[in-house]
Design a protein around this ligand. Sequence first.
Ligand SMILES: Nc1ncnc2c1ncn2[C@@H]1O[C@H](COP(=O)(O)OP(=O)(O)OP(=O)(O)O)[C@@H](O)[C@H]1O
Ligand SMILES: [Mg+2]
Length: 257
Amino acid sequence: MTEPLLRVENLTKYYGSRLGCADVNFELWPGEVLAIVGESGSGKTTLLNSLSATLEPSSGRTLYRMRDEQWRNIYELSEAERRFLVRTDWGFVHQNPADGLRMTVSAGANVGERLMAVGDRNYGHIRETALDWLGRVEIAADRVDDQPRSFSGGMRQRLQIARNLVTGPRLVFMDEPTGGLDVSVQARLLDLLRGLVGELGLAAIVVTHDLAVARLLSHRMMVMKDGRVIEAGLTDRVLDDPREPYTQLLVSSILQV
Ligand SMILES: Nc1ncnc2c1ncn2[C@@H]1O[C@H](COP(=O)(O)OP(=O)(O)OP(=O)(O)O)[C@@H](O)[C@H]1O
Ligand SMILES: [Mg+2]
């Protein structure tokens, strides 16, 4: 009955002659969380940016099942269609919250303007929904009029999550969502993310170099090396019984830390 949400076919990206990622193939199902792991320079961000149409790949296709059930190659959308998709159906959580927030408008406006972008014009409803979302990401209601400049790193990241989830996206892209945060803050943020993703039934693609993040958040994972996916499977299987020597190394070196 159900169909995948995303279908990726032979996705390849070169920067000039340098390989970003090559021959990536996978499907993502509604509600499924996929982690992309690998060492620095393995092509994770290149792949994620290609999947979210932030980058134009050199070859290959990414097919997305739109809300009207039409399958579309996201690289063939018009700019207006792409922008609509980004605003309504997709979220993008950046590693650096400043890249995903407007730092000089209030926290409430950061969340509320997303609702306005999808056509909500009722001020009372916008404010109420923004407050509700601040609560869901554990930001106190009395901070609603403060600018994210005055927030801690963890609070900014939680605000970025609220801003992205308020419109009810079906798919969220995340690049190192807990990078750059203190370990204790990371753990709380991960718990929060896991709760929200599960509760909302979101599909997500999470780039991380941290296998603990993959373990906690994802159902499936792909391991990248030198731009290629060298191993993929259910997260528990890959982490507990890695087949590729490189994955074994990755898993054991992390465990020894
Ligand atoms: N804008 C760019 N121009 C040229 N080469 C690039 C560009 N962005 C990435 N690359 C190259 O593509 C390859 C993959 O880089 P990418 O940033 O996707 O890796 P990553 O896995 O996200 O690494 P990290 O964990 O450090 O973020 C690397 O060799 C990198 O040098
Ligand atoms: Mg990266």
